[in-house]
Design a binder for this molecule. Structure first.
Ligand code: IMP
Length: 353
């Protein structure tokens, strides 16, 4: 039997999903990426040696693009059928991790044979984009080929430097050869999303969206049925960031927002572009919680607002709140009064939850 929990971004990406996924993955038999491709950039601080006790644990900073975070912790890691894959970049990402000391990435990685391949033609086409402000990773053109039914799937390639799988086999038919669970027959899968609600091709601000489905429902396009989903873990941060060409989301001339951008290190992990910062929009977050069926939330980067010491939030209009404590209370009540979420956790660290 398969049971799944989902990690979903409640804003426009870059909320810290990678950190949440990495810190939770030990509870699962497998981690699966369920949308997008190399447009994602998950920054993860990997604990170097959990067996050495020091006051300050040592961390290695790792940025993943296509790889599920499970490869960093010896978890079975699946790139799901709804993803698109750039084979050369995937190889470079694996090699990069091997150079950083993660020697068994290939051992734990599997790519579903149905995932579509990002080709050089897709990259060239996306490279010409001036309208949307894409990451230029060929994502839109690759999904276009898929829908046009002219795409190439991973399973069509003559050879591979990674394991190719069929998620049906992994989850339903041949489970024991993939997972050595002596006592339990349930496979628990952590489904790791990419991008975010505001970039979803249906629910984002079209056309300034990505080409994939970023909502929790997209998990079900990867062989996980709706009734297998237990928790939907929403990840958000205490302000908004956006990367792209939407003229309505240009960054305002505001020294507080500029300070947040600087102290929050708001620079794209994939493109190196500066992220445009705005105050948290709670009305949009509430909608994202509803559409994604979120059951619990992690809120990241309250430490950054504390450093800036300015607490703006759009909640039926722009409000400024005096202290971090009051801000937290305000956010929690706004969300809890309007949704079924009861658990909201605040994270102050780039490494841990
Ligand atoms: P694409 O996904 O490269 O086609 O880009 C479409 C839009 O989504 C652009 O505004 C990108 O900046 C944005 N985008 C894509 N992936 C991410 C991400 O992982 N974080 C933030 N923005 C993203």
């Amino acid at each position: 039997m398969v049971k799944a929990d989902v990690i979903v971004d409640l804003q426009a990406g870059d909320t810290g999903k990678g950190k949440v996924a990495y810190n939770l993955m030990n509870q699962y038999g497998a981690v699966m990426r369920y949308n997008g491709g190399g447009n994602a950039g998950h920054t993860i601080h990997v604990r170097k040696n959990p067996f050495v006790c020091t006051d300050k644990p040592l961390y290695t900073k790792v940025i993943t693009h296509q790889l599920p975070c499970g490869v960093l912790g010896k978890r079975m890691s699946i790139i799901g059928p709804e993803c698109v894959v750039n084979i050369a970049d995937l190889e470079a990402e694996i090699r990069g991790l091997e150079l950083q000391g993660f020697s068994d990435v290939r051992e734990h990685l599997m790519v579903d044979y149905r995932a579509h391949v990002v080709t050089d033609t897709h990259l060239e086409e996306d490279g010409r984009d001036v309208v949307i402000g894409t990451t230029k990773k060929g994502i839109g053109p690759a999904y276009m080929s898929k829908i046009e039914r002219t795409g190439i799937r991973v399973g069509d390639l003559p050879s591979h430097n990674f394991k190719v799988c069929d998620v049906i086999d992994v989850f339903y038919n041949n489970t024991r050869s993939y997972f050595q669970f002596p006592f339990e027959d349930t496979i628990r899968v952590l489904c790791e999303g990419a991008q975010g609600y505001q970039l979803d091709v249906n629910f984002g601000k079209y056309p300034f969206v990505t080409a994939s489905h970023c909502v929790s429902g997209a998990v079900c396009l990867n062989g996980i049925p709706p009734n297998a989903i237990e928790k939907v873990i929403g990840v958000m941060k205490v302000y908004e960031t956006y990367v792209g060409n939407d003229p309505e989301r240009e960054m305002k001339n505001d020294p507080w927002l500029e300070k947040i951008q600087e102290l929050g290190g708001e620079i794209g992990a994939t493109t190196g572009r500066k992220r445009k910062v705005n105050w948290l929009n709670l009305n949009e977050v509430v909608t994202a919680i509803q559409v994604n069926g979120v059951t619990e939330i992690y809120v990241n980067k309250i430490d950054i607002l504390e450093k800036v010491d300015k607490y703006g939030v759009y909640a039926d209009g722009l409000n400024f709140i005096s202290t971090a404590k009051q801000f937290q209370k305000f956010v929690e009540s706004f969300i809890k009064e309007r949704t079924n979420v009861t658990q909201i956790r605040w994270s102050r660290s780039a490494q841990t939850l």
